[in-house]
Design a protein. Sequence first.
Length: 126
Amino acid sequence: MAETLVEDMTDVLEELATGTYEIRPGGTPVDDGSGKFTTPAVPAVPDVLCSVQEVPGIKGEQPPEGERQTDTRLVVTAYALKAADTATGKLADQIVIDGEVYEVTDVAPWQHASNVCAATVKRSRR
């Protein structure tokens, strides 16, 4: 019997979702003509359905004295999250989780579903 791959993960995402979250798309800095770069405001996207999971073994690790500690999560969503792009200068998208802002650091398609992505997000703190 042939294996059937799931083509659309939207139903699975609805089952696994931990809630809705605000996404803050990253902008692209623009030179104002004097060599000063500003990033135009990009409207936030409220109520995006996501599954947010802690990454085991990373969240509670204590870094050496003076180094930054990071809180890393895995976000699965149908929203097209984007990490920073050094070639274009585009800043990474952000997601608000429990009132804290996390930055998208890596994005990959999730399994065989082209409409769902898995993103690693991090919040830095001292």
